[in-house]
Design a protein around this ligand. Structure first.
Ligand code: PMP
Length: 375
């Protein structure tokens, strides 16, 4: 040992086994992953360019087309989280100097506005004709399900691409990509789909493909360049898929399984189920004397419920109490909703009345035990 040339010894923590606690993930995501999806992700790895892997990717594409209700050929899963899909959509369809219009109904609009700003885009409707309009369908920071009908038609009239974020809503609230004239749609793996975080389905229609494949400049990101990704996913009609990057093989196994579960359950059944359990939760919360942040029932997101912080309580204390005594994650607000709400998410596998009961019992316990402050 004294002869070692290493200046950094093996860290003591690495000589201890991995410890992962059991937790109820009843926040805005990630949500608990059912054993069937965990098992799919634990299958032996194969090469990312093996024919069997292409078959699995083709299946994923079909699963996404069903979940999005689209016939778009240009449908893939990103190697990355929801943010990768968000940046992929913008980097590929918008060129520097062009303008985008962003609906800011919570943190996700703010985030996209920042991505656009970093790329040197302008965002204003009046002076600059926007090439793209961004809307978050399931606004997880506000607990809002934003209506989508009619907006796609309006965008089409103005020759603007309609981009919709369904990271927090896909599988939990209805969305119809083709019927609603949505040009680009993306989601994440870790919410109602119940797969581990790290993959993100995205789809582009013909209008979006026309814009992104006739651009004059190359997208700023090589990794997120759709001309390469469309080849990797076998969407560009070329006979061979070439190496671009190494996809998350286990993540794709798990995503395939989660899309299979959605197909077996049926989209309409999944939407109905999320609505029923959410309404059950909302009634229970009101019975505890809590107020829901979104007053109008029809505008509430079924997957993530926002509760107005009860007067006099410290929300951090409530969340810490629930984590400590109930091994349960709920979270505070995010961005504009910080210090305003507590968020409870019951998504996919977690979306069960018995879980709503557990969440309600934990909240009731916290309200009894976290003393009201004098303020
Ligand atoms: N959009 C929405 C609506 C989200 O809820 C989230 C995740 N909370 C994201 C985008 C970003 O996804 P990710 O954390 O997977 O990058």
């Amino acid at each position: 040992r004294s002869m070692s040339s290493l200046t950094i010894p093996p860290p003591a923590c690495m000589l201890r086994p991995l410890e992962v606690p059991f937790r109820y993930l009843f926040g805005p995501g990630p949500s608990n992953v059912p054993p069937r999806i965990l098992a799919a992700g634990a299958r032996p790895i194969i090469g990312h360019l093996h024919p069997e892997m292409y078959e699995i990717m083709n299946d994923i594409k079909k699963g996404i087309q069903y979940a999005f209700q689209t016939q778009n050929n240009m449908t893939i899963a990103m190697s990355g989280s929801g943010h990768a899909a968000m940046e992929c959509a913008i980097f590929n369809t918008v060129e520097p100097g062009e303008s985008v219009l962003v609906a800011v109904n919570g943190i996700w609009g703010e985030r996209v506005a920042e991505i656009a700003e970093r790329m040197g885009m302008l965002y204003a409707l009046a002076k600059h004709k926007p090439v793209l309009f961004f809307l978050t369908h399931g606004e997880s920071s506000a607990g809002l399900a934003h209506p989508v009908d009619g907006i796609g038609d309006l965008c089409r009239k103005h020759n603007t691409l309609f981009l919709v974020d369904t990271v927090a809503s896909l599988g939990a609230a209805p969305i119809f990509m083709d019927q609603q004239n949505i040009d680009i749609l993306y989601t994440g793996s870790q919410k109602a789909l119940n797969a581990p975080p790290g993959t993100a389905p995205i789809s582009f229609n013909e209008r979006a493909c026309q814009k992104m494949f006739t651009r004059k400049t190359k997208p700023v990101s090589y990794l997120l360049d759709m001309s390469h990704l469309s080849n990797y996913w076998g969407n560009d009609g070329k006979p061979a898929r070439l190496y671009h990057h190494t996809g998350p093989v286990s993540g794709f196994f798990a995503l395939r399984e989660s899309l299979a579960i959605l197909a077996e359950t049926g989209l309409e059944e999944s939407w109905k189920h999320h609505k029923e359990v959410a309404e059950y939760l909302w009634t229970g919360l009101e019975d505890l004397g809590l107020k829901l942040f979104i007053r109008e029932k029809d505008l509430r997101l079924p997957s993530v419920t926002t509760i107005a912080i009860p007067q006099g309580y410290n929300w951090r204390e409530i969340l810490q109490y629930i984590m400590k005594h109930h091994q349960m994650e709920m979270t505070g607000g995010l961005g504009p909703s910080i210090n305003m709400v507590i968020r409870v998410g019951l998504m996919g596998y977690n979306c069960q009345k018995r879980n709503a009961d557990l969440a309600l019992a934990a909240l009731a316990d916290a309200l009894r035990n976290c003393k009201k402050s004098k303020a």
